[in-house]
Design a protein around this ligand. Structure first.
Ligand code: ADP
Ligand code: MG
Length: 334
């Protein structure tokens, strides 16, 4: 009797130590999002997260005719008043466009559409068409004053390279305010963590092999975001060539920098998302140079020869994935 009592007591204590796990799933921004939060505030917080994601999608969608970005893109040169979220993301994006010398350019949308990435109706535009498209891409012509934006006619904004990162960052802030201390949010290829795993170990995030199904490496994260951009995520093949959805704004064509994926780890989801796209465009040398100059984040670069590099901040925070133990990892140092 006494032993059964002790056993029950033990079970009770054990389950008391394990905070309750809450899961939710929602579809937004063209992708499946999966949220897991631990602890007593988890369920309510996840309900908030799903509603908030839908709200942001409704603001940022480039295709929905009721979105704020759609209104901006169809204002024909007239100024448009913006919500706080859109104004904030636009300001941060323009800053990243400028920092990356236009490798990130949120006015690349006409090029993305010309290649068929908005509809799945893929095609290779003519050389003349590409020249005309490239001449039209120029984030520096976006006029943002406080909460009002004006675009030159014919120019269109697209938050595709930054929206999920911003969303993860905002959700993390708001979930923390709602009392969540441990959570992981997966928004397509974007991962946002809150705190550490229950029990205190870091979250472990896999970096996908761009050429296969496995994980090249596993990164340890606490309270940070990890965002991957890769040519393998959305692409089509034509005439023996592969074309993907990350554009080089200079040519209005898919960026061929020799990189196959870029993962950015950092405190700001928006920055991670913007830089994962930009550094993919910049290529190995310029990406390493950008990190040396700016720092404040870390990166994993993979190129088409299978070379892998990490920036110095990740040196003690990664292990090679199963099946990849014999791969060499170069370290980019300041
Ligand atoms: P994903 O959306 O697959 O996570 P990214 O964050 O790299 O990948 O964003 C790619 C999306 O951003 C494209 O689908 C397109 O809408 C847009 N885009 C493509 N190239 C650029 C670029 N150089 N600068 C800004 N946006 C881009
Ligand atoms: Mg991005």
């Amino acid at each position: 009797m006494k032993r059964i009592f002790l056993l029950l007591l033990g079970l009770l204590l054990l389950s008391g130590c394990q905070p309750q796990k809450h899961d939710s799933q929602t579809f937004a921004m063209d992708t499946i999002m999966q949220f897991t939060a631990y602890g007593p505030k988890g369920q309510q917080a996840l309900a908030h997260a799903s509603a908030r994601v839908q709200e942001l999608d409704q603001l940022f969608s480039v295709t929905r005719s009721t979105s704020e970005i759609y209104a901006v893109n169809h204002a024909q040169g007239e100024p448009v008043a913006l919500s706080e979220d859109t104004a904030r993301l636009l300001a941060q994006s323009l800053e990243l466009c400028s920092q990356t010398g236009g490798a990130l350019d949120i006015t690349a949308y006409p090029a993305v559409r010309a290649w068929g990435f908005t509809t799945g109706d893929y095609q290779v535009p003519s050389a003349d068409e590409l020249l005309a498209l490239a001449a039209q891409i120029d984030y520096s012509q976006v006029e943002l004053t406080e909460n009002q934006v004006r675009l030159p006619e014919g120019m269109e904004l697209d938050f595709g390279a930054v929206a999920k990162g911003y969303t993860g960052e905002v959700l993390a802030q708001e979930l923390r305010e709602l009392g969540v201390e441990s959570a992981i949010l997966t928004l397509g290829g974007n991962v946002q963590t809150i705190g550490s795993r229950p029990g205190g170990d870091p979250w472990r995030i896999g970096v996908q092999d761009p050429e296969g199904d496995g994980y090249l490496m596993v990164l340890s994260l606490v309270d940070q975001a990890a965002v991957t951009s890769g040519g393998y995520q959305r692409f089509f093949d034509a005439d023996g060539e592969r074309y993907w959805h990350i554009m080089d704004p200079a040519s209005a064509a898919p960026a061929r920098s020799g990189l196959t994926s870029v993962t950015i780890v950092g405190d700001s989801g928006t920055q991670c998302d913007g830089l994962s796209t930009a550094l993919f465009v910049l290529g190995w040398e310029d990406a390493a140079g950008f990190w040396r100059e700016h720092q404040g984040f870390d990166a994993v670069l993979v190129d088409e020869d299978g070379r892998i590099a990490i920036t110095a901040g990740l040196e003690d925070r990664y292990v090679l994935g199963p099946g990849y133990e014999d791969r060499t990892v170069e370290v980019i140092r300041p």
